[in-house]
Ligand binder design. Structure first.
Ligand SMILES: Cc1cc2nc3c(=O)[nH]c(=O)nc-3n(C[C@H](O)[C@H](O)[C@H](O)COP(=O)(O)OP(=O)(O)OC[C@H]3O[C@@H](n4cnc5c(N)ncnc54)[C@H](O)[C@@H]3O)c2cc1C
Ligand code: FES
Length: 284
């Protein structure tokens, strides 16, 4: 059992941060890697990136957005409750190297995935420009952490409630125009954001990493569920990724595959919400 020792609600309760006891994983995990968790015996296996680790205390930090049944079930777990399984570390760690100047771009919960990579790139001695964005100020996460991990931090909100009004791509373009010697971009967030960031960095000829989030089941390369097309070749995101070259990624196919089970996912979430509605006796 993997106990939750700290829990924080962020972004008006739509994003949850858990510190979970998982000493063996905490000792081995590197930036860019993820775990697969189950809340209980009947639970679905859910992949989440480790936003941080504390090897000395044996803890890992996961930060997730509540988007459907399983993440809503995770949200019901309080401090002292446990996940039934946590498997990891999974996936390839980010290849961290000194390239000089880098730009890290994160949107929504993608910022949680981006944070350990940004910190790692700074620790390698890179000069780090970071651009983070959310729909509005209330939904922005990890601003202080990203500030500490960057040399320069730019903030964007779609509605203009904080920082630049507009998308992260607007600021990315400005940074790339003003600093033509940037050697690497890391862009992590919703699929359309990663696609448009990659199109932009391609114009500037800047190598770009994105972190892909296809549906996963086993996380060990056995089921084939997480296949993605990169550079015309089939790759399994769980073992070959989750990071890939943004200029080579087929974002259209990824989008279609992510939508494969939308009706089932909606029905399952609706039922969960009904069963957990105040006054419902289904769970008693
Ligand atoms: C390597 C990896 C790392 C991830 N890291 C994070 C993270 O740090 N924080 C975070 O908020 N989210 C992360 N995700 C996405 C997260 O796994 C999904 O949001 C979650 O599985 C949704 O489950 P649900 O039952 O709540 O929602 P559902 O209603 O089942 O699904 C909502 C959407 O989530 C996606 N999804 C559903 N099931 C899975 C699955 N088994 N595997 C992957 N995606 C699925 C689909 O696009 C689906 O349309 C990551 C995904 C991957 C592959
Ligand atoms: S999740 Fe099964 S092969 Fe990747």
């Amino acid at each position: 059992m993997f106990e939750i020792v700290a829990r924080q609600e962020m972004a008006q309760g739509t994003i949850i941060s858990n510190w979970v006891k998982a000493p063996k994983i905490a000792k081995k995990a590197k930036p860019g890697q993820f775990v697969i968790l189950r809340a209980n015996e009947k639970g679905e296996r859910i992949p989440l990136t480790m936003a941080d680790t504390d090897p000395e205390k044996g803890l890992i930090n996961i930060i997730y957005m509540v988007v459907g049944k399983s993440t809503a079930l995770f949200k019901t777990l309080k401090v002292g409750d446990s996940y039934l399984d946590v498997i990891g570390p999974l996936g390839q760690p980010t290849h961290l190297e000194k390239v000089g100047k880098v730009v890290c771009v994160g949107g929504g919960t993608g910022i949680a995935v981006l944070y350990p990579i940004t910190r790692g790139l700074k620790q390698m001695g890179n000069y780090v420009y970071s651009v983070i964005g959310a729909r509005s100020k209330d939904l922005l996460i990890l601003e202080d952490e990203m500030k500490a991990a960057s040399d320069e931090l730019f903030i964007c909100t779609d509605d203009g409630t904080y920082g630049h009004k507009g998308f992260v791509t607007d600021v990315l373009k400005k940074v790339l125009t003003e600093h033509q010697d940037i050697g690497l971009a890391v862009c992590i967030g919703p699929v359309p954001m990663m696609k448009f960031c990659s199109l932009m960095t391609k114009e500037f000829g800047v190598k770009t990493l994105v972190s892909l989030n296809p549906i996963m089941v086993d996380g060990t390369g056995m089921c084939g569920c997480c296949r993605v097309q990169v550079g015309g070749k089939m790759q399994f995101a769980c073992v070959d990724g989750p990071e890939f070259d943004g200029h080579e990624t087929d974002f259209e196919e990824l989008t279609l595959r992510l939508r494969s089970y939308l009706p089932e996912e909606k029905a399952s979430y609706d039922l969960f919400q009904k069963e957990h509605a105040p006054g419902c006796s289904c769970q008693k």
